[in-house]
Design a binder for this molecule. Structure first.
Ligand SMILES: Cc1cc2nc3c(=O)[nH]c(=O)nc-3n(C[C@H](O)[C@H](O)[C@H](O)COP(=O)(O)OP(=O)(O)OC[C@H]3O[C@@H](n4cnc5c(N)ncnc54)[C@H](O)[C@@H]3O)c2cc1C
Length: 505
């Protein structure tokens, strides 16, 4: 926490800059910005309370805030929807939370060059409501779509569920305006262009400022890709008698050459068991349906009609049973709703308990999926058994993660029900151990510990730093960049354990 003197001076200067109504110090405003969606022991919520919450409206406001923070060496954490699952928006060291949600204006829709320029506090739902009226679409489509702001997507470098057809966040951001940790404003894209998608000039700095979890500054405006709204969207779900059949089918579908294939998602046996048991929205499957694949086509009517035939042929040859239009359209339509509310889990004796959702994610090559799946379930089941009714294994999804190509690597997710209210210190420590074990499996199989959420979570962060990024020299370079750009270590301090950059001389 800040000393009273520093706090008072900082608040006064922020009020002078932004007006009283945009500088919040009351407990109710701070509490709602102290956590994100990932589990945390409820009794420890005060650990990460911000001292001050500010609501800027412009890039100039953000510059002013950053300058004040540097003057008093107060930590700053940018926060969008707070739905990031790697605790990125959690103010580990208190200080100022910059809530960007008032920066939510659409600044330009350029139909000639197919871009939209926005302030980064806009959320994806609202952006697409406006674009939709004009016949366009910004296809960054995470399951957490409703909460996610453009800034949060940039902060996390997210995965879009339709990224295999349309690209992911990093591919859909053409350029961005960014406030550096010392308050200078830069605009990074391809070369010096704002709406140029390909340049051979200079360094590719845009990528440095996507996925840094707010450790290298704050994106205030972004130029984004827009697409014509697709004429046809066709989801088709197929059930298989085993995960092995599904796994072979996904390869054949992914490498079929269909340009309209925007997503392939596998549901493993455990996920199907969970859905049959608890998810009333899911249309019941037959007893021998053990694994499901979701295929989704986006394109013109003519393209999609032809592609459908290919999908049905391959799925049938591989042993898939079509689950029908109602189930397919219904489940695809609910992709943004899943897991927003506490679900129920079961204890071993069948008793229902209220649990909220958490997921561990990784990017894994296709060849490694079966072994990673087996190992992850073994780890999670061990802890579920130990803490019956507090953790529950809700199975795995595997999504194609390669941009514009539905093959090669997959976002692998294991969903875990957690009773946060019952999480004692001992259970919290076990939770961290479970995450660490899960992360180590990813390194063993040459994957990356997070495909879309980020590697800043307690539990797996150390594995990220010392086993994934350390051995290849990446962490050393990250520390140098951090110290160079943020000499006072004010931007989201100690995420990625980057306080290390300031300890060594
Ligand atoms: C139910 C559910 C489903 C989800 N499904 C997906 C999914 O399918 N794909 C996926 O990728 N993610 C998914 N997520 C995670 C989450 O929705 C995304 O990571 C999203 O990008 C977070 O946006 P946000 O605005 O909530 O970000 P926040 O949580 O507020 O912030 C995320 C990070 O970005 C930083 N940040 C915020 N704004 C800025 C800015 N302007 N400049 C720089 N850094 C900034 C923060 O400091 C933090 O480190 C899901 C989450 C939930 C709860």
């Amino acid at each position: 926490m800040l000393s009273t003197e520093v706090l008072d001076r900082t608040v006064q200067e922020l009020v002078d800059l932004l007006g009283k109504e945009n500088v919040l110090t009351e407990m109710r405003h701070k509490v709602t910005r102290s956590a994100s969606c990932s589990p945390f022991p409820v009794q420890r919520w005060k650990d990460h309370l911000p001292d001050i919450v500010v609501l800027p409206s412009t890039t100039e406001d953000v510059v002013g805030i950053v300058k004040i923070a540097n003057k008093y060496k107060v930590p700053i954490v940018p926060r969008g929807g707070g739905s990031g699952l790697a605790d990125g928006a959690v103010p580990l060291k208190h200080g100022i939370v910059i809530d960007i949600k008032k920066m939510n204006q659409i600044l330009e829709i350029d139909e000639e060059n197919m871009t939209v320029t926005v302030q980064t506090g806009i959320n994806l739902l609202r952006l697409n409501e406006v674009l939709g009226k004009l016949g366009y679409w910004h296809p960054d489509d995470p399951a957490g779509y409703i909460n996610a702001t453009v800034g949060g997507r940039i902060g996390c470098s997210g995965l879009s569920l339709v990224g295999s057809g349309h690209g992911h966040t990093r591919d859909l951001v053409v350029s961005l305006k960014h406030v550096l940790p010392t308050g200078e404003v830069i605009h990074v894209g391809e070369g010096g262009g704002k709406k140029i998608r390909k340049s051979a000039v200079g360094y590719r700095l845009k990528d440095l400022f996507i996925g840094h979890q707010g450790t290298l500054g704050i994106a205030t405006e972004a130029v984004l890709e827009i697409f014509p709204r697709p004429e046809a969207v066709f989801p088709a779900f197929f059930a298989f008698k085993s995960f092995e059949e599904n796994y072979k089918a996904v390869y054949k579908l992914g490498t079929s050459g269909l340009k309209t294939l925007s997503a392939l998602i596998m549901y493993d046996e455990r996920k199907i068991e969970y859905l049959k048991r608890d998810d009333e929205a899911f249309i019941p499957l037959r007893d021998d349906d053990r694994s499901v694949i979701c295929t989704v086509l986006y394109g013109t009517n003519a393209e999609v009609n032809e592609a459908k035939k290919v999908i049905f042929k391959i799925a049938k040859e591989c042993g898939g049973r079509y689950l029908g239009q109602e189930m397919s359209e219904g489940d695809w339509a609910s992709r943004h709703d899943r897991y927003h509310i506490p679900f129920h889990g079961r204890r071993a004796d069948g008793q229902v308990v209220l649990l909220s959702w958490h997921c561990e994610d990784a990017a894994i090559n296709y060849s490694e999926l079966p072994r990673v799946k087996e190992k992850w379930h073994k780890i999670v089941n061990k802890y579920v058994e130990k803490h019956d009714g507090i953790f529950d294994n809700w199975g795995m999804f595997m999504y194609t993660a390669n941009a514009y190509k539905p093959w090669g690597d997959y976002l692998v997710e294991i969903d875990i029900g957690v009773n946060e209210l019952a999480m004692t210190e001992e259970i919290w420590q076990d939770w961290l151990k479970m995450k660490e074990e899960i992360a180590k499996v990813v390194v063993e199989h040459e994957g990356t510990i997070s495909c879309c959420h980020g590697g800043t979570r307690p539990g797996d962060e150390e594995v990220v730093i010392y086993e994934e990024l350390g051995p290849n020299g990446n962490y050393e370079l990250m520390k140098k960049i951090k110290k160079l750009l943020d000499p006072n270590n004010i931007m989201n301090p100690n995420k990625y354990l980057l306080d290390n950059a300031y300890k060594e001389e």
